[in-house]
Design a protein around this ligand. Structure first.
Ligand SMILES: Nc1nc2c(ncn2[C@@H]2O[C@H](COP(=O)(O)OP(=O)(O)OP(=O)(O)O)[C@@H](O)[C@H]2O)c(=O)[nH]1
Ligand SMILES: [Mg+2]
Length: 1455
């Protein structure tokens, strides 16, 4: 197919092939080639193409010598190479990618064509030369010459050569490029296993000398063990280092000559002075050298020692040198703790103790990684000593448990591993603590302990809990810790469950508030004020209108004040407006304020605006009147208030807000029974268990609120609860603050006309009390104004005064604000009639338009208020306006003089016709400048748990005002680009049009939608990044702040794009939670990976794996059923997180599988001494002398394992590990997210391939150990039998098999992707008799063994064998000797070959099942016989229907 505009042969290519007699008829150019050229020429390709794939085979064959390819093929080759060379979009030139490392696939002149274009590249950053192979040295030398030229003139800054053993000439050629140009931009040179022999070193030195901007040099040894460097070469290299003035960092990995080089180049007075960072990895005996450097080199700022091998004494000496002489501020020491290296622990202890100093600041960062739970214990023990202050050398401590082989039974021990031994932790100097647990949740038990110990710690500022699964309990523990610990400044919980369920924002907010608290608390401490236990408690009365709250409050007041019924005539009670606050009890023991909330919904907006910021010691009383209402009302009202309480109160640890239900109107109800309420309370107690402490209804809770006698027991009950709360351990508070709180209460009661105090008045009022409170020892050092500012902040935090920013006054009477002012204003604005028969105020029926009113309406409202109230000191119109604006309840548009005041004035009746969901849709919303190619994004920010949380009425209006102020004053957005309306905020930012929409009504208040029309100038990704940072994250943090809904955790959902585009009303929009979409997406990729046959993995289009679609159901009247690609809905960073997740899991699986395989091989080797022959394969001979290289990531050679097959596994894994490690490094240099994805996907495919082949290897070893033989395979005998008792639960099986018992013989599905039990499988009933009990016993043994190895290899998790696995202890102790083959069998094998008993068992299984195989097989076992196409997978198998269908679908089996 000839495509218009694409000339197949370029002029250059024609030129290059001129003179060639081409008799070939030009065949059609394959699509893949055309496509590639087009992409390259369109300069959209960002990643070098792989030309070794089958689609290019005709032009770039693997076998033929490139010089023999002529004519048409040759022209096409040149065309492709030239297109690559001139593409000029590549940031990374990785030679290996093009032909998998075989450079002989191109001729020298072809390389020249390919590389020519790179010489003048201005985007190229990295050149990698890794794992290359070549036929003649000349080829490599010529390539290096080309690369040298690129180094000379392009923008490349990083050259890496790994595993290539280049000759001296190669380096000469590379260096020649640099020599010619002293302006080379090269900043980093990485040479690992890069030279053939040390004759190359002089040219390396030459490169260092010529690269005047070189900052990083990394040198590493060869994995083949050849690592010599003669004296002369060493001298030249050290001279080059010594004289480099640009070098900042040197890294040496696994080299023998490291010490001599470093001493020559860095030590002493004349050593290099520019190098600041030194990294040493995997080296022996460097103690003396490092000591010398630490002492004599002044310029080293950071020294990182990774997996160094030294004796404990050497570590001790190094520790002392660090303590006494080291100048470097950061000394990072990493240990990989393998079970088998005993000295490691002695070394760590020796170092940590020797470096400990009472006078010097700690400089050591200790990083421990361990795969064993024993080592985790030891590490935690060390941590205990560090936290107690016994070891004072560590600045930071990091502990990663990598796939610890634990059965989980150690958690109890873990809990007691961090004893504080009566110490408070004040002596600790540790600043940063990082804990990681990559797989099995080993740390689960320690959070409580750890957080408890950190309560008194005053050194730790940084805590990193990345990647953990953390539960609600741990969250409460942490929030409890943050109540008392004001030292912690940063807590990293990214990639934890808390980051996903919205708790992270709450933690960040708590830290932010703590920073403020820390300021005033330190002032109090410095002043040495006396501290005492907290005694301020709060009682909130909530419930629907006319429930009897105010009556109850008054009766309680009368009881406390000792007034009799007759002494206090009922004044005509008005319905409450806003919140009425008064002191119920104010004595030495307790200061209880009572907050009586209006039931009317219109006041709800104010209520959480006015909630105090700290909510320790709160009791909420929900008052309910059953009079004249159906029972269902009780549930609805209680649910609603519980949700309000949950959402408005911040989590402060395990002290949940207490909620007591009081039922009023006892006198009006015929039945005294409260049964109807009990069950509802029980149900809601469970649902809200994490958030409120809903107390059971007692008899005393059913009252006539007007009757003193009936209320007295209730009062006692309430006080008892408050006393209990206060007696629990609480943060200590300055006694001075109680005194002030109490004085304010009495003073304001006496003088109600002065609720606002100027700061002078406040100061004068406090001075005498303050003078008394300051101890004589501090009198002279005290800064009075600082203390007063601290007192204001503190009293404001606990709610005894209200301090509004930008207001000149302090409100000392909270009731004035909550009731007199705001309650009244809402009442006036909303035409609320406080008394049923009250004649209406002469109000014009004011209404707002989109939340706005004119200046005159606003002024009228304020005037009416002032006219209605007695005269207050300091209160005038301006002050009132200021209060409203600074509480984020109102703002003024300067140009039109309109006021936005949605909470106070109702909407025009026509617009707002009852706010029910359907009614509300902002008709005024529309997209400006929409085109056909416009891109839309919709994000929903919603309550994590819709059944217990809601966004309270004040939330959205306040967010609107907060955001508006922030955008205009902090981000310089012009006012015209920020429009508020009652239900939305419209923004024009960065070229995007954004709606933030929230429809608030009594029923719907669970989410905020962000709708966005992206700027045509920006990519969708950039648009999402922008909106996430500036809107979504702002909203989430606002919500967690005291101004928002601090109890609400918010999570994100993504919206169907059409809903955004068409602005479909919010209640109809289709949304899926991002976490849900991600997990669906992961599942789809995993399924696809598993379905691909092993041998065609390399053919898989990476793009295909990403084809997962989210199906949206139709929306009546708006859209049809629509599917959208998950990849388009999610953002790239999410897709990357998904790929990371899959990759990480694959690596983990491979590691555990490897461990399982090693243990299996060990066991096999034990019972078959000559096992090497059995388990070896053809590759083994080449590997006899192979020594595994330690790679941090994947390889851990267990010393006991020496069988060749194990070595084979280790080699494979190690090679893969190197690839992963190498790739990781490479990934770091790749900025482009798509490139990274592509690389990682490629890596997942090779991991998958490795996994599958390791798995089949593993299975065949398992078969070997249970003696499932070739004959059985040929006879098609099922190979995964297991036996259960008659009930069918696997773990019930025990050693107690007795004659007469009935058991069932079951079979597992034998799918190659993993065996598993089959749901609802009936199995074959067998009654045990003398004859069959023996082989059945043996069958149990077979299945236990299979299970045992499956668990060891981590397959229980992968295959979902969970419930089939017997209890670990049972597995160990019952029936079989599981470590290795059973003794009987071993004896039998050693004596004569095979275990007769096992053979017998298999024979009997065969005989028993044979009749069933005929026809009833699928009925009894739900299994079907299939044949796997590739032999490697083991021929026939019995699989379940799902596995059969899947296998058929992807063509790996036949029936
Ligand atoms: N018979 C009887 N009447 C009660 C009882 N409790 C309250 N009432 C009456 O119910 C009406 C409302 O009482 P309030 O105490 O003002 O109700 P509230 O819960 O404060 O109402 P809001 O302030 O509007 O939220 C008044 O007329 C009370 O006299 C009770 O236990 N028995
Ligand atoms: Mg009331």
């Amino acid at each position: 197919m000839e495509v218009a505009g694409l000339s197949i042969v370029s002029d250059a290519a024609k030129l290059a092939t001129r003179g060639m007699e081409s008799a070939d008829v030009e065949p059609e150019l394959p699509f893949a080639v055309q496509d590639l050229i087009r992409r390259l020429e369109g300069k959209v390709e960002v990643w070098l193409p792989e030309l070794s794939g089958p689609e290019f085979r005709n032009f770039f064959p693997a076998c033929a010598s490139p010089s023999t390819i002529v004519g048409w093929q040759s022209q096409v080759r040149l065309r492709v190479l030239e297109a690559i060379g001139s593409c000029d979009t590549f940031t990374l030139l990785d030679i290996q990618v093009i032909f998998g490392g075989d450079i002989s696939r191109l001729t020298a002149s072809e390389w020249e064509v390919l590389l020519r274009g790179f010489r003048c590249s201005t985007v190229l950053r990295v050149i990698r030369v890794e794992d290359l192979t070549w036929n003649s040295d000349a080829e490599m030398e010529s390539l290096c010459f080309q690369l040298g030229r690129i180094l000379n003139t392009s923008s490349v800054i990083d050259l890496t050569i790994v595993n290539c053993s280049l000759s001296a000439r190669c380096f000469l050629n590379l260096a020649s490029g640099l020599r010619e140009n002293c302006q080379s931009k090269l900043k980093s040179l990485d040479l690992h296993n890069a030279w053939e022999d040390s004759s190359a070193v002089k040219h390396v030195a030459d490169m260092i000398n010529s690269a005047t901007r070189l900052r990083k040099l990394s040198l590493g040894s060869c994995s083949n063990g050849i690592d010599d460097m003669d004296e002369a070469a060493l001298g030249i290299l050290s001279q080059a280092l010594l004289h480099s003035s640009s070098l900042k960092e040197i890294k040496l990995v696994d080299v023998k000559w490291g010490a001599s080089l470093l001493l020559k180049a860095l030590a002493g007075d004349d050593g290099n002075r520019s190098i600041e960072r030194l990294l040493l990895e995997n080296m022996d005996r460097l103690g003396d050298c490092i000591r010398e450097l630490l002492i004599s080199n002044r310029s080293l700022k950071e020294v990182r020692l990774n997996s160094l091998r030294m004796r404990p004494e050497e570590w001790h000496q190094l520790g002392e040198a660090i303590r006494d002489h080291a100048r470097a501020a950061n000394i990072i020491i990493e240990f990989y703790l393998d079970e088998n290296v005993e000295d490691n622990w002695k070394s760590i202890e020796a170092l940590a103790c020797a470096a400990s100093s009472d006078v010097k600041d700690p400089t050591v960062d200790l990083v421990l990684t361990t795969p064993s739970d024993h080592e985790v214990m030891l590490s935690l023990n060390l941590l205990g000593r560090v936290l107690r202050g016994e070891i004072r050398s560590l600045k930071s401590f990091s502990l990663s448990a990598r796939h610890p082989r634990t059965s989980g039974s150690n958690q109890d021990t873990l809990k007691s591993i961090l004893p504080m031994n009566g110490k408070t932790g004040e002596a600790s100097v540790l600043k940063s603590l990082t804990l990681r647990d990559s797989a099995r949740n080993l740390f689960k038990g320690i959070w409580k302990q750890l957080f408890w110990y950190l309560r008194e710690n005053t050194s730790l500022t940084h805590l990193d809990l990345n990647h953990f699964t953390l539960d609600e309990e741990a969250f409460r523990d942490l929030m409890g810790l943050l109540q008392v610990n004001l030292t912690l400044q940063e807590i990293d919980v990214s990639y934890t469950s808390w980051a996903k369920d919205g708790k992270a924002a709450q933690i960040q907010e708590a830290l932010k508030q703590n920073q403020k608290r820390a300021v005033y608390m330190s002032v109090f401490r410095e002043t040495r004020l006396a501290f005492g236990d907290a005694k301020a408690g709060r009682l909130f009365l909530c419930g629907s209108p006319r429930a009897g709250k105010t009556h109850l409050r008054q009766t309680l007041m009368r009881i406390i004040q000792g007034k009799s019924w007759l002494g206090n005539k009922w004044c005509a009670l008005r319905r409450t407006k806003g919140i009425e606050v008064e002191f119920l009890q104010n004595n030495d023991k307790m200061q209880i304020s009572i907050w009586d909330l209006a039931g009317q919904w219109i006041f709800r907006t104010l209520q959480n605006v006015l909630f105090p910021q700290t909510n320790n010691f709160c009791v909420f009383i929900f008052v309910y009147s059953p009079f004249g209402k159906p029972e269902s009302c009780f549930r609805d009202e209680l649910e609603d208030w519980l949700s309000f309480i949950t959402s408005s109160t911040k989590c402060t640890g395990h002290n949940l807000p207490q909620v007591l239900v009081v039922i009023s109107h006892k006198d009006k109800v015929i039945s005294n029974s409260l049964n109807w309420a009990h069950s509802i309370v029980d149900e809601l107690t469970k649902r809200f268990a994490n958030f409120v402490d809903l107390l059971p209804i007692e008899d005393c809770c059913f009252v006539d609120t007007r009757k003193r006698k009936q209320v007295i027991p209730l009062k006692n009950h309430i006080f008892q609860s408050l006393e209990n709360l206060l007696s629990e351990k609480s943060p200590r508070v300055p006694k001075l603050c109680f005194q002030l709180t109490s004085l304010f209460a009495t003073t304001t009661k006496e003088n109600r006309s002065c609720p606002l105090w100027s700061s002078e008045k406040f100061r004068d009022f406090c001075t005498p009390i303050l003078t008394q409170a300051i101890p004589p020892s501090s009198v002279h050092s005290v800064d009075h104004s600082r203390i007063k500012m601290s007192l204001v902040s503190y009293l404001n935090d606990i709610g005894s005064i209200v301090c509004i920013p930008n207001l000149d006054y302090i409100i000392v009477d909270p009731n004035w604000l909550t009731n007199t002012l705001l309650g009244e204003l809402v009442a006036l604005g909303q035409h609320f009639q406080a008394q049923e028969f009250e004649t209406s105020y002469e109000l014009s029926p004011d209404a707002s338009k989109d939340g706005f009113v004119s200046k005159s309406v606003f002024a009228g409202l304020i005037e009416k208020f002032l006219g209605k109230q007695p005269c207050f000191e300091n209160v005038d119109r301006e002050v009132l306006e200021n209060i409203l604006i600074n509480l984020d309840l109102c703002f003024k548009l300067e140009d039109t003089s309109q006021y936005f005041i949605p909470s106070f004035i109702p909407e025009h009746a026509s617009d707002e016709e009852k706010n029910d969901q359907e009614g509300v849709h902002a008709k005024s919303m529309n997209w400006a400048n929409m085109t056909k190619t416009s891109q839309f994004v919709g994000i929903r920010i919603q309550c994590q748990d819709e059944r217990t949380m809601s966004l309270t009425a004040a939330f959205f209006p306040r967010f609107q005002m907060f955001m508006r102020r922030k955008l205009i004053s902090e981000m310089d957005v012009s006012k015209e680009n920020v429009t508020c309306s009652r239900h939305y905020l419209q923004l024009f930012l960065d070229g995007h049009q954004i709606y933030v929409e929230h429809v608030q009504s009594e029923k719907s208040h669970k989410y905020v939608d962000v709708l966005m029309l992206c700027s045509s100038q920006k990519s969708r990704e950039a648009a999402i990044k922008y909106v996430m940072k500036h809107i979504v994250q702002e909203l989430i943090s606002f919500c967690a702040s005291p101004k928002g809904c601090p109890g609400v955790a918010l999570v994100l959902g993504v919206m169907q794009t059409r809903c955004v585009e068409m602005l479909i009303p919010s209640y109809l929009r289709r949304v899926i939670l991002i976490e849900k979409l991600k997990s669906d997406f992961i599942r789809s990729i995993n399924d696809k990976l598993e379905e691909i046959p092993l041998d065609s993995l390399h053919l898989v289009e990476k793009e295909e794996l990403f084809l997962y679609e989210q199906c949206w159901p139709p929306i009546e009247g708006h859209t049809e059923r629509i599917s959208e690609r998950a990849r388009d809905l999610l953002w790239d960073s999410d897709v990357e997180a998904i790929v990371n997740d899959i990759r990480q899991k694959r690596i983990q699986q491979l590691e555990s599988l490897q461990e399982g395989l090693i243990s299996l091989n060990n066991d096999l080797a034990q019972c078959y001494p000559e096992a090497e022959d059995i388990v070896s394969n053809s590759n083994i001979a080449q590997m006899k002398d192979w020594k595994p290289r330690t790679s941090r990531c994947l390889s851990r050679a267990t010393s006991s394992v020496e069988s060749p097959s194990t070595r084979l596994v280790l080699l494979k894994i190690d090679l893969l590990g190197q690839k992963v490690d190498g790739l990781d490094e490479r990934l770091r240099s790749v900025q482009n997210i798509l490139q990274r994805l592509d690389m990682k996907m490629g890596q997942i495919l090779s991991l998958q391939q490795e996994l599958q082949s390791t798995l089949s290897d593993f299975m065949s070893r398992v078969d070997m150990i249970v003696e499932y033989s070739q004959e059985l395979q040929v006879a098609r005998t099922p190979k995964r039998p297991y036996v259960t008792d008659d009930v069918g639960i696997f773990y019930r099986m025990s050693a107690l098999l007795h004659v007469g018992k009935t058991v069932r013989l079951h079979l597992m599905c034998e799918s190659v992707t993993g065996f598993h039990s089959v749901n609802d499988q009936e199995g074959l009933k067998i009654r045990l008799d003398r004859e069959n009990s023996l082989w059945i016993r043996k069958t149990v043994e077979i299945s236990y063994k299979v299970m045992h190895y499956a668990v060891k290899a981590g397959l229980d998790v992968t295959f979902g064998l969970g419930q089939a696995i017997p209890d670990w202890e049972d597995l160990k102790s019952n029936i079989v000797q599981l470590y290795g083959i059973s003794d009987d069998d071993r004896r039998a094998i050693l004596a004569g070959g095979e275990s007769k008993e096992l053979q017998e068992a298999w024979l009997r299984i065969q005989q028993t099942l044979a009749p069933q195989l005929q026809n009833r097989y699928s009925e009894i076992f739900k299994l079907y016989q299939v044949k796997y196409l590739s032999l490697e997978k083991g021929g026939h198998a019995w699989v379940c229907v799902q596995c059969m269908n899947r296998g058929l679908r992807c063509g790996i089996l036949t029936c």
